[in-house]
Design a protein around this ligand. Sequence first.
Ligand SMILES: C[S@@+](CC[C@H](N)C(=O)[O-])C[C@H]1O[C@@H](n2cnc3c(N)ncnc32)[C@H](O)[C@@H]1O
Length: 205
Amino acid sequence: MTDESDVTGTAGVDWDLAAAAFDEEPDHGLRDPRVREAWAGRLRSWLPARAGDVLDLGCGTGSLSLLAAAQGHRVTGVDRSPAMVALAREKLAGRDAVFLVGDAAAPPTRERRHDVVLVRHVLWTLPDPARVLRHWRGLLRPGGRLVLVEGVWGTVSPVGIPVDRLTSLLAPFAGHLRVERLSDETALWGREVGDERYVVVATPE
Ligand SMILES: C[S@@+](CC[C@H](N)C(=O)[O-])C[C@H]1O[C@@H](n2cnc3c(N)ncnc32)[C@H](O)[C@@H]1O
């Protein structure tokens, strides 16, 4: 694992360097109202109906955090990149949200428990996802859920985590698993995509 001061993870991306232009991708910045609405609708269906505490790990510039906060949830975002955290703080200024610089694999949230651990496009970059998932499960209140938006990107040298692998990593937790395929919903991505994209909503026992 990389040093705390090194924001280049196993994905080989310098996220501090990437932060300023990150929101230019339609599904990152959610600037297009159609894309934003598509994510807002999905997120509403993945999050609990009642307002709760959402921990957004690898929150980036806070685009999903903002949707969750707008739906009434209290948000804690954690990202290893100080530049991403600065942008997230700016984006959610005045909202019920706090952002911390830290490792998603071991978030600096002490003993605090959450109703939701929300993670989009981050788990695949972390070493030892099985261990990380066990840790995240321990951050949940009873009845809490993991909302994991992941995929496999590219065709020549694909990177990511296939849904079958993620569901087998979650199998030891038992409980309830819901999988939704997201590749065909063009509105989420702002364009057609041909690769594997999905969400797993897991409510461990
Ligand atoms: C592809 S971006 C996704 C950002 C955000 N979740 C979203 O969907 O818009 C990956 C993010 O994970 C962060 N990240 C990568 N490894 C991390 C780690 N070990 N701990 C915390 N954040 C990490 C990066 O800094 C970057 O902001």
